[in-house]
Design a protein around this ligand. Structure first.
Ligand code: NAD
Ligand code: ZN
Length: 256
């Protein structure tokens, strides 16, 4: 099938669907200038050992982990203004037009909310909040309001270590996001998978669950992913922004 036919088939599946969801990864934010973890020359793992984001490593070497976290996520975020791109915007427009139930994202960059998406499950939490690690303390702060000159940062209320509110390796998925997105996947007729290798588990189960419940998998990614050969019904090998722009036009959506 040619790209145009694939876009038309994707739009038709979405129009016929009672429940469409989106499942997104780092690739949808690449056109906004956010580096992905894998599959690019400035990918984050070319710079640091992923163990700096392992929960146990973090508790044992909080200073070292925080230096990496600051460099990887925050300095970069504060230096450049990151704006949602066409990919995020089309998903938001689809939701307001009643064509999309929710976005399940593995991203921690809150660009979906920035584009206007309301129902977003942040499967891996968010970089937009830093929280106290002591049970029951409840202190949290915006990263831009946190003093990162002396690392690791400590809680001003109780002195415990502060941690970004995103999911570290070997850390559990936030219960609400996990349950909400799995339920959405079970009842979805269509999932639009955008910009993910789909190899990080359990997040990667989302499109598989949709497929196992009889749904259709539409996938947008310039490179084939872990699910393409086995689970994807309509594979659109393009960048997120371009493909989503074409899809929006086909669906007759106006995107601001
Ligand atoms: P990944 O970094 O492992 O893979 C990126 C994927 O995006 C690849 O499949 C690549 O082919 C594709 N891609 C690259 N450019 C694209 C484009 N313009 N349009 C569409 N697709 C494109 O990302 P992942 O699969 O999401 O999994 C890694 C984990 O990394 C996630 O858990 C996520 O939390 C985290 N992460 C998040 C961000 C972010 O918040 N923006 C950035 C880096 C990593
Ligand atoms: Zn505290």
């Amino acid at each position: 099938m040619e790209i145009r036919e694939k876009i038309a088939a994707a739009a038709e599946a979405i129009r016929q669907s009672n429940s469409t969801i989106a499942f997104t990864g780092a690739g949808i934010s690449v056109e906004s200038g956010v580096p992905p973890f894998r599959g690019s020359e400035n990918a984050l793992w070319s710079k640091y050992d992923p163990e700096v984001l392992d929960l146990n490593y973090f508790y044992n070497h909080p200073g070292e982990s925080w230096e990496a976290i600051k460099d990887l996520f925050y300095e970069f975020m504060f230096k450049t203004t990151i704006e949602p791109n066409m990919g995020h915007k089309v998903l938001a427009a689809m939701e307001s037009a009643g064509m999309l139930d929710c976005v399940v994202t593995q991203n921690i960059d809150f660009l979906h909310q920035g584009a206007g998406s309301k129902r977003v499950y942040e499967f891996h939490g968010t970089a937009g909040r830093v929280v106290c690690t002591k049970d029951g303390c409840g202190y949290h702060v915006k990263p831009e309001e946190l003093d990162m000159d002396t690392l690791p940062p400590r809680c001003p209320k109780c002195g415990a270590l502060l941690k970004p509110d995103f999911v570290f390796f070997s850390e559990n998925i936030p219960v609400k996001a996990y349950e909400g997105s799995m339920n959405a996947a079970k009842s979805a007729d269509v999932v639009i998978v955008v910009g993910t290798t789909a190899q990080v588990m359990p997040a990667g189960m989302i499109p598989i669950v949709v497929k196992q419940h009889g749904g259709t998998v539409i996938e947008i990614n310039p490179e084939a992913s872990a699910i393409t050969a086995r689970y994807t019904d309509i594979y659109i090998p393009m960048k997120a922004g371009e493909a989503m722009g074409m899809l929006a036009a086909e669906l007759g959506l106006e995107v601001k």
